[in-house]
Ligand binder design. Structure first.
Ligand code: SF4
Ligand code: SF4
Length: 471
């Protein structure tokens, strides 16, 4: 009894002494397995190919942290676009919470890189080199021999090659695929930082996908820890139908009273986290559906209806979007999406900001004709947020009813500015005016004409300046 209690309290991945047990789940075939194989293949392809695709001539996803430039599906965001990125992240996080509330751990079982890469790549390599689960278990228990040494070495070499490819693909999201190719053709010493980064990521992936595996889901993943908060009795989960299955096959139970579970333990043998789903919803369950397929296979053999283990919920009802919690998640997603769409649609290809020069608001000086003039100092910060080269030209936009053009002029070191995509610059310029322009008023508004050339397109923008002078 005491040992039973300990067994039920212990993680399925640990032995009675607290040591890790190697998890070698049995192979499984079935409808869910096929569906997951397809989705894993598609997700792996997306991950590997996305850095090589372009939208609007730029990489589909590029997170250039040193340049604080983030390209997402044809739109480029800069550090000052943090509010937009905030809304994108908010939609992603609340979307995941919404999906969890409705479909439970669908992310873990179907889309998490940990599950996708282990099931879709590394376990396949293991089976290819070492054989099925029985052969792998026997190989693990066998003393070292040439055959064991060869298979283990070969397996880890293949793991290393796969992890190296994954690490390079991962880095391409941050440095750009084209830059990555150039770096790979050069001597590692020329890009020592990235070389070290790729080597470290490769080592980490080999450790994780080759050895750490299910422990990440069970003891490290923060998303796994907050499942119980996000899910309720209506959330979808992989569940054992206790009413139908119990009392399970047992010498103490007569055949007439016996439920559909024949105690074959196949559902436990195929579980990658080593749990017994018949004990109910458990934190370790990553909803991989392996036990559904395994049990359906057994039900077919014993001529019982399928789905003794199936997708269900504690209440028996799932997929209900009309709960208060789901509606609140949807409302937040809708509001954040509307704000994001508005901000994206009002975004310009350039950004222009005018600030006053530091120090005094104005200075009094003399011009070349020894006449008194008031000098206002401004800073114009221009940023090209688009993909094309932009040319800027600044001039004063004067209405003659307000200003006599002979009394006021703009001087700047350069008037024609050319900015490459993503480039920015600060231009200091001065508005020199005869005192009568501002005297007695204290301040007066003037307008700056900003002419922008985008290819053959001409955009014009007016920026407001507040001139200051002696009262
Ligand atoms: S696979 Fe099905 S029949 Fe076999 S032990 Fe699990 S629940 Fe019972
Ligand atoms: S209990 Fe079933 S669904 Fe959950 S992790 Fe184990 S095999 Fe996968």
């Amino acid at each position: 009894m005491g040992s039973d209690k300990l067994d039920s309290d212990r993680l399925g991945t640990l032995d009675p002494f607290g040591h890790r047990k190697a998890m070698i789940p049995a192979e499984v075939n079935g409808l869910w397995k096929k569906r997951r194989e397809w989705s894993q293949a598609v997700l792996i392809l997306i991950f590997l190919l996305l850095p090589w695709t372009k939208i609007n001539g730029v990489q589909t996803i590029l997170l250039d942290i040193p340049a604080r430039k983030f390209q997402l599906f044809g739109a480029t965001f800069w550090a000052h676009d943090a509010p937009l990125v905030f809304f994108i992240l908010l939609i992603g996080c609340i979307g995941l919470a919404f999906a969890t509330a409705i479909w439970g751990r669908v992310w873990c079982g179907w889309a998490c890189p940990q599950t996708v890469f282990i099931d879709g790549l590394f376990r396949r390599v293991e089976i290819w080199i070492e054989g099925n689960h029985l052969k792998r278990r026997a190989l693990l228990a066998a003393p070292m021999s040439f055959d064991k040494f060869f298979k283990k070495t070969f397996k880890w070499i293949v793991y290393f090659i796969l992890c190296s490819i994954l690490a390079h693909s991962f880095i391409a999201y941050f440095v750009g695929a084209d830059a990555l190719i150039k770096m790979m053709q050069n001597n590692p010493n020329e890009n020592l930082t990235y070389f070290t980064l790729v080597a470290s990521i490769t080592a980490l992936l080999v450790f994780n996908f080759g050895w750490f595996r299910e422990q990440f889901c069970i003891i490290m993943c923060p998303y796994g820890r907050i499942q119980s908060v996000l899910m309720d009795q209506n959330s979808m989960a992989v569940l054992y139908d206790e009413k139908r299955g119990e009392p399970r096959k047992n010498p103490a139970v007569s055949q007439e009273k016996q439920g559909d579970c024949i105690s074959c333990n196949k559902c436990v043998q195929v579980c990658p986290t080593g749990i017994d789903i018949r004990k109910g919803i458990q934190l370790e369950c990553i909803a991989c559906t392996a036990c559904i397929d395994a049990c359906n296979d057994i039900m077919k053999k014993v001529d019982r209806p399928p789905n003794l283990i199936r997708y269900s919920s504690e209440s028996g009802v799932f997929g209900k979007i009309k709960s208060l919690r789901s509606m609140m998640y949807l409302a937040i997603i809708a509001i954040a999406s509307l704000i994001l769409i508005y901000q994206l649609s009002t975004r310009t290809v350039y950004r222009a900001t005018i600030l006053r020069g530091q120090g005094l608001p104005y200075s009094l000086t003399k011009n070349e004709k020894d006449e008194d003039i008031v000098v206002n100092h401004f800073k114009l910060h221009l940023k090209n947020q688009g993909y094309e080269v932009l040319k800027f030209n600044i001039s004063l936009a004067l209405e003659e009813s307000q200003f006599n053009p002979d009394l006021i002029e703009l001087t700047a070191p350069i008037n024609d500015i050319e900015l490459q995509s993503g480039e920015d610059m600060t231009l200091h310029f001065f508005i020199k005016a005869k005192p009568q322009v501002t005297t007695g008023i204290g301040s007066r508004n003037a307008e700056l004409n900003l002419k922008i050339l985008k290819g053959s397109e001409v955009l014009t923008s007016k920026l407001n300046l507040q001139l200051t002078g002696p009262k």
